[in-house]
Design a protein around this ligand. Structure first.
Ligand code: ATP
Length: 460
């Protein structure tokens, strides 16, 4: 399997991902998605939305604000507890997450680190809104998209007339002032999440939790992850957030170079049974209870977030199952799993990203065999237009010889190359080259749309 360094170098070389603010020396924990990265990431999000919203009958979508009223994060518990313990080295002045630093590690100032006692560090980015920057105008950038869903529960329920069980899906940016961002896009300060809050009758939560774990695992496999690189991890009692009844993390083999197999895996997604904790914190007259027993009665909320159960004629607070996935980590996992180096013939190796066609940034590259022949070039442009019309991201490229062009497309995961040659001008057929097998087939231009659609599976 490929390690992170190779992926980082491919990302920079081919324009998938660049260091954020690189022009000014970078901004730690931020990354910019380049021309191919934005396509790949968008396709990951599309594949998630399709599978979790469109293909089901019990889901609605949402796009809530990044800036949140401070009260949202007061009653969610984030203001009081969304922190990691951190330590400082008195010698080199660096800051570490207490659970991630080895005290015997070498310090750049000589000897080992001289660490302070752990102190909690709140991970939320604070800002002010409006023209006056004072304590009364504090707002937070959301540290997860979930809270926007909880506070809109009633809006969605009333406007759609949904009955339990049903879910709300949301994709969007989240911000965490991580103490030690690292491992490329694995741990960053600005990232995207794809989250579902699925509302169920209390009592039906455990079965539903298991179903979501299965469904979510199958999504990764459907879009190309090899089953042996995915693991489910049941959080132990002592690891669970105090409000969670159970959490199953989906782990991917992000660190194949580590000698111990268990350490090769880390979280790409968490699937939690959050009971009615969130709705009871945010509902009018509800109460936030923290792990240490502190209580915050909700005297600020404007609405009850209850559900009227027509069977029992009662208002109740639904339970919530939350599959929460990181877009950046999922994108990284799909890239790592797709990356191959293959010896084509002795001494000749090609890099190929065997991405699922639905995720591939470019679906088809149309390549004229001779760039100095106007008829061949114009036919290639015509074919590009035909394929684009079917929604396939198609590019035209005549900037190198055909062998080099094939390799370039292999490296970025383009499933099909269509080559236009002299025979095309005679019989209206083209060569379609398959990325993975490198097999070439002659296809009539009139049949091309259908041929590609069939091979891709679906056209998004
Ligand atoms: P970790 O233990 O790795 O810090 P977490 O358990 O705090 O993650 P959650 O709060 O469960 O993460 O967030 C859900 C998902 O959001 C994670 O599984 C991950 O994919 C993504 N995520 C969380 N924090 C980050 C981050 N700093 N950078 C990139 N993705 C993140």
């Amino acid at each position: 399997m490929v390690d992170l360094d190779k992926i980082i170098s491919l990302c920079k070389r081919r324009g998938f991902i660049f260091q954020g603010s690189e022009q000014y020396g970078g901004l730690q924990g931020t990354w910019d998605y380049g021309p191919l990265g934005v396509e790949l990431k968008n396709n990951v999000k599309k594949a998630w939305w399709r599978y979790n919203v469109y293909e089901r009958d019990d889901m609605e979508g949402l796009d809530s604000s990044i800036l949140l009223n401070r009260l949202v994060l007061k009653y969610s518990g984030h203001e009081a507890t969304f922190s990691d313990p951190m330590v400082d080295c008195r010698k080199c002045k660096k800051r570490f997450r207490a659970d991630q630093v080895d005290p015997n590690e070498k310090c750049s100032e000589g000897g080992t680190h001289d660490l302070t006692e752990p102190r909690p560090f709140n991970l939320m980015f604070k800002t002010t809104y409006g023209p006056v920057a004072d304590e009364n105008n504090i707002a937070y950038l959301r540290p997860e998209t979930a809270q926007g869903i909880f506070i809109n529960f009633k809006n969605v329920l009333d406007s759609t007339n949904r009955k339990l069980p049903f879910g709300i899906a949301q994709i969007g940016k989240s911000f965490r002032n991580e103490i030690t961002p690292k491992n490329f896009i694995f741990r960053v300060r600005e990232f995207e999440q794809m989250e579902i809050e699925y509302f169920v009758m209390p009592g039906e939560d455990e079965k539903c939790h298991q179903e979501w774990v299965e469904a979510r695992k199958n999504w990764y496999i459907r879009y190309g992850i090899k089953p042996e690189n995915i693991r489910l991890y049941n959080q132990k009692k002592e690891e669970l957030a105090h409000y969670a009844k159970a959490t199953v993390d989906i782990h991917y083999r992000f660190f194949p170079e580590r000698p111990e197999e268990d350490k090769q895996f880390d979280e790409v997604e968490g699937v939690a049974n959050r009971t009615d904790f969130d709705l009871s914190c945010h509902t009018k007259g509800g109460k936030l209870v923290l792990a240490d027993g502190r209580e915050f009665p909700n005297t600020d909320a404007t609405n009850k977030l209850t559900y009227f159960d027509p069977k029992t004629n009662q208002h109740l607070l639904p339970y919530v199952i939350e599959p929460s996935c990181g877009v950046d980590r999922a994108t990284l996992a799909f890239m790592m799993d797709a990356y191959c180096e293959e010896e084509v013939k002795e001494g000749d190796t090609r890099v190929v990203l065997k991405l699922h066609p639905a995720l591939a940034p470019i679906k088809v590259a149309v390549l004229p065999l001779k760039k100095n022949n106007e008829d061949i070039k114009s036919t290639a442009h015509k074919i590009k237009k035909i394929l684009l019309g079917s929604g396939f991201r198609t590019v035209y490229d005549d900037t190198a010889g055909i062998g080099k062009l094939y390799r370039r497309q292999d490296e970025v995961g383009t499933p099909f190359c269509v080559t236009v040659d002299f025979q095309t001008l005679e019989d209206n057929t083209v060569t379609v080259r398959d990325r993975d097998t490198m097999a070439q087939e002659r296809v009539a231009i009139d049949d091309l749309k259908e041929y590609i659609a069939k091979r891709i599976g679906h056209n998004d």
